[in-house]
Design a protein around this ligand. Sequence first.
Ligand code: VNL
Length: 390
Amino acid sequence: MQKRVFLATAALATFALPAGLALAQDNSFKIGLILPMTGQQASTGKQIEAAARLYMAQNGNTVAGKKIELIIKDDAATPDVTKRLAQELVVNDKVNVLGGFGVTPAALAAAPIATQSKTPLVVMAAATSSITQASPYIVRTSFTVPQAAVALADWAPKNGIKKVVTLVSDYGPGIDAERFFKDRLTFNGGQVVDALRVPLRSPDFAPFLQKVRDIKPDALFVFVPSGAGAAVMKQFLERGMDKAGIKLIGTGDVTDDDQLNDMGEGALGVVTAHHYSAAHPSAANKKFVEAFEKANKGMRPNFMAAGGYDGMRVIYEALRATKGKGTGDDLLAAMKGQIFESPRGPMFIDAQTRDVVQNIYLRKVEKKDGQLFNVEFDVIKDVKDPGKAK
Ligand code: VNL
């Protein structure tokens, strides 16, 4: 008798447990961010995680009756790992949305999983033009390298820069930078006299810079991913390239706000094109930078933080618009066409391409209140990805 009662309660207990879990699950909305938290791209993971947590702290963790749960996984920017983590997040954790993706190969590795499982995937960092074409479930809140490269190639020849050597990291975004910069500069009557590519992993810039010194162009155009800019700047100055009359220009990744303040006075005057500067003079950005620094021991947000913060915004608003009841397809539909003011300025998610449309700014490194900033001096409004126009 006693045994039977025990069995009955045990049965009840085992039954009650999954039901309770299911209930908890029904009420939660899971966002799985895959980020490089270790390795060469760790600063990108750190910036995006901090931005996502700030967004949640400011906007609460309940939306449309759902409790938002943030799951962060470290892929060390290694595509095989990214793919496995994306699979686990979808199958085991049953995430509603995937996000993050520090580098292009990571975003591309996860794309088929988004497609198969119909899970929206928000790219918050990676910037090769073609990424959004790898899955109809991809939405991007970062930028595309061609957006910045083309803007700079329009600026350069009007400012005495005609003969240029390009130096890029030898993978997706670097190849985009090289190609789009060269095509546009050539169209504008300038000339790329040499195109150099450095390995992504542990690059040594010295032999490349020596070559540039010998060629003596008007400027060296650089694309390196976030986190590598300080090393380029240091070696550029150590070799006296600036004194030899060679200007350094690039996409804003090279004067990354995460490192800029430690680059020293040698960085003063460097002109870049990009979508985000911590010095962007808007009330929304001032508020963002202050709150971010306060929550992170003074760490300055960079363009990766902006991509992460806005990515969370796109996810929150999609959940709100679908009243907490949406499938992956419903959420995706509610992400398309979102238009809002980001810390970077106005931006929107093009409903056709699912890519970000935004202002691109020309900026010059200047000293303000004893600190180095990318100070915006011109703007090209509402720039679509030039890679999609072709
Ligand atoms: C990528 C593009 C990565 C720009 C970056 O930093 C960056 C990429 C990690 O697409 O891999 O600044």
